[in-house]
Write a protein that binds this ligand. Structure first.
Ligand SMILES: [Zn+2]
Length: 338
């Protein structure tokens, strides 16, 4: 994702302005929790703000334009090069795994040193809910007694998994799903998106534009096709759940559960009689058929089961992927075969 100045997401302009005004007036709390659904641009916002907070230019803002990092000063160049000494982005070392206490210790060391350029530091932790328990506890102290001028931006799309004590020490900034037309407009302008596909990508992503853009990539479409083919083959008896599960191991877990949840959600709505645009998606005809045959009660049960599994995984517990996929597919099969 490009984080160059001028890349402010159009649906965030107002929120951005209010946040930057507070910052300019010296009224910004030092710890923030940026929360909202995945794929609406929380991390994008956090990075753009980090760039602004560390920008060393005093150029006054262009009237009518939101103030952003200048993109040219030494601070901005260091940010673009990924080597600003007063900036830290903390994420799991491996996607989908926990943020560990060692990483928080590094962070603590970082905040104890003097900020090197302008006296201010910015730390982003994303996804914050992936801090394991020890890591979260270690962070608490840092949040309570921040050293110097330090701004913490915690990014989370699953607030319920975050320690309440962490939540209570942060001001919250909520990111809603943007209005459909704004999102579609933006999506159509993205290089990787064929504009005629924007509507269905957005539908697929539950209205979340950054997620929809991600879905447009070739790899991801292939992965999606692997899942749809698997569901279809299991339903039609062409392949067994065990065979399909082996095929699904290449699809990243978060994507797999994300899609399954989205499909099931749309299927529930379809079964309840609302028009969700489901039939226009990849595999839509099959999903509509299964939804009609299964009925909403069974779909909701499967959806709940998936949420539970997802929560287990988000707590950093290891899950046997093959077994998980097999169970999911057997449950899927039971939607129509009883
Ligand atoms: Zn700058």
């Amino acid at each position: 994702m490009s984080d160059i100045p001028g890349s402010l997401l159009p649906w965030q302009a107002e929120q951005w302005q209010a946040f930057v005004d507070r910052f300019d007036q010296g009224r910004l709390a030092h710890a923030w929790l940026l929360r909202g659904a995945a794929g609406v641009g929380k991390l994008h916002f956090a990075k753009a703000f980090a760039a602004l907070a560390l920008c060393e230019s005093d150029a006054s803002e262009i009237s009518g334009q939101p103030r952003e990092a200048c993109g040219y000063c030494q601070g901005c160049r260091l940010m673009q090069a990924g080597s600003h000494p007063d900036y830290m982005l903390l994420s799991p070392e491996q996607a989908g795994k926990a943020i560990k206490i060692d990483q928080i210790r590094q962070l603590t060391g970082f905040t104890e040193k003097t900020a090197l350029r302008q006296g201010r530091r910015v730390i982003i932790i994303s996804p914050a809910e992936q801090m394991n328990h020890n890591a979260a506890n270690a962070l608490l102290k840092c949040l309570e007694e921040p050293a110097g001028d330090t701004i913490f931006l915690l990014v989370s799309s699953q607030l319920s998994l975050l320690l309440p004590t962490i939540r209570s020490r942060c001001q919250q900034l909520v990111f809603p799903v943007p209005p459909h037309d704004t999102a579609k407009d933006w999506l159509e302008k993205q290089d990787t998106v064929v504009s005629s596909a924007a509507e269905s990508l957005l539908e697929m992503a539950g209205g979340r534009p950054l997620l929809a853009r991600e879905y447009a990539s070739k790899d991801i479409q292939q992965q999606q096709q692997i899942l749809i083919d698997g569901l279809q083959d299991v339903s039609s008896g062409r392949r067994t759940p065990v065979e399909v599960a082996a095929d699904w191991l290449d699809v990243p877990q978060d994507r797999l559960t994300g899609w399954m949840q989205q499909w099931l959600y749309q299927m529930v709505r379809f079964a309840a009689g609302s028009n969700t645009g489901l039939e226009n998606q990849v595999g839509g005809k099959m999903l509509v058929y299964i939804a009609g045959k299964s009925g909403s009660k069974n779909l909701v049960q499967l959806y709940d089961w998936l949420l539970q599994q997802n929560n287990i995984m988000n707590r950093g517990m290891n899950l046997n992927r093959q077994l998980f996929c097999e169970q999911l597919l057997i449950r899927w099969l039971h939607l129509t075969v009883r």
